[in-house]
Ligand binder design. Structure first.
Ligand code: SF4
Ligand code: SF4
Length: 382
């Protein structure tokens, strides 16, 4: 029988402890967690094996483990663990470690855990833009007063939409590029871990569409039972992102294809505004419900700053976007401008840190689910 050499990475174990997974050492491998998990597949179920790999510090094996992402964080395993080893929290810390491992710009991955730090980076980008166009004084009045005395605030007069686009389009492209870099490296590692060949074994194109349909239905949440109450809030947030993405591209067509003036489509009579406002309401409702659910579970499942940051950021994007519109329509200067700048900073924060924050779950979990479908290792409930 051949010997197996285990080389634990002690720094990795220390990093997990710092991320809130200090309970990992309590695990004594009873496997209750894998038994109670409603979605772990029958063969090689999670999270028991991940607990022992984490205790051994096998960071490369864990980074290339799609099961870390197939977990949907219901917390049932933590509730039933007889040793208080908190396997759900350990898997959460492992997902964060994976995001950091595949980060293209490592310093940004380090800052992503701090809400204040990521806010400052985004604020520097937006305030730098304002400084570049000489509009640093957001308290100055960039408004027009109509013949009827109504104060007409047009954000474009204060911060030209073309300048905003010139900043946000590269930020968006950078997010796509860096997320794509991480996902490709992750994909190669999980394929290597499964011994799949370079070409045919990795061609998972037919599994992409069924996985996306599964995600849109959120059927893992509903079939899991424990996770049922998370389905609606997650769906609200997902659909709101899609609607706001459509709205943004719609505005791009108005501006750059049809040649409309910036701001000429900001009336509530324009269907673009209806779609945008429906998306914003769904975003607010989704963020509110996600925060409420997480708070309600605090007694049995702890959450890290990494978990909270994204939820509060989404809520702040929704609140500042809503208030900027209401204050603009009420003709209140300079409040509308201040709220607009805050809104832009929060959106920049979302874009810059998308591949490094909890939002990266969208990319990595989707990749793991495609892999599971591709290899026939589907979740129990799927
Ligand atoms: S994490 Fe808890 S339930 Fe799971 S194997 Fe370890 S001790 Fe048992
Ligand atoms: S958190 Fe839920 S889905 Fe994840 S391993 Fe535990 S029981 Fe399974």
């Amino acid at each position: 029988m051949s010997d197996i050499m285990v080389e634990p990475d002690l720094n990795f174990i220390k990093g997990l402890t710092a991320s809130g997974a200090d309970t990992v050492k309590k695990c004594y491998q009873c496997a209750t967690c894998s038994v109670v998990c409603n979605i772990a597949p029958e063969g090689g179920p999670f999270p028991r094996k991940e607990m022992v790999w984490a205790q051994w510090g096998l960071k490369d094996k864990l980074a290339a483990d799609p099961d870390v992402w197939l977990c949907h964080n219901c917390g049932d395993c933590t509730k039933h663990c007889p040793r208080g080893a908190k396997p759900a929290e350990v898997l959460g810390a492992l997902r964060k470690a994976t995001i950091e491992k595949y980060a293209m710009i490592k310093p940004l991955a380090g800052i992503a855990s701090s809400f204040a730090g990521s806010f400052v980076v985004a604020a520097i980008v937006i305030i730098g833009l304002l400084a570049a166009i000489g509009h640093l004084n957001v308290l100055a009045n960039y408004h027009e007063v109509g013949e009827d005395g109504h104060v007409n605030i047009i954000f474009n007069n204060f911060l030209n939409t073309h300048y905003v686009d010139a900043v946000f389009m590269p930020l968006f492209m950078l997010a796509v590029l860096t997320a794509g870099y991480g996902v490709m490296k992750f994909w190669n590692d999980i394929c290597d871990g499964a011994g799949l060949g370079k070409y045919t074994g990795r061609n998972a194109l037919p599994s992409i569409l069924p996985t996306l349909l599964q995600i849109m239905q959120h059927n893992v949440f509903s079939a899991c039972g424990v996770n049922k109450d998370r389905k609606i809030p997650h769906l609200l947030a997902l659909v709101s992102f899609i609607l706001l993405f459509i709205t943004t591209n719609w505005a791009v067509v108005y501006l750059y294809v049809l040649g409309w003036e910036p701001g000429s489509y900001s009336s509530l009579h324009n269907p673009l505004k209806w779609v945008g406002n429906i998306g914003a309401i769904m975003l607010l409702a989704g963020a509110f419900l996600l925060i409420r659910n997480r708070k309600a579970k605090e007694a049995t499942q702890s959450s890290s700053a990494f978990d909270w940051n994204l939820l509060y950021l989404i809520l702040l994007i929704g609140v500042t976007g809503f208030l900027a519109q209401v204050i603009r329509m009420a003709g209140i200067v300079p409040g509308a401008q201040v709220m607009y700048v805050l809104h832009l900073i929060f959106i920049a924060q979302l874009f810059i840190f998308a591949p490094y924050s909890k939002l990266a779950h969208l990319f990595y979990r989707t990749t793991a689910m495609v892999f599971a479908k591709h290899t026939g290792r589907d979740l129990k409930v799927a």
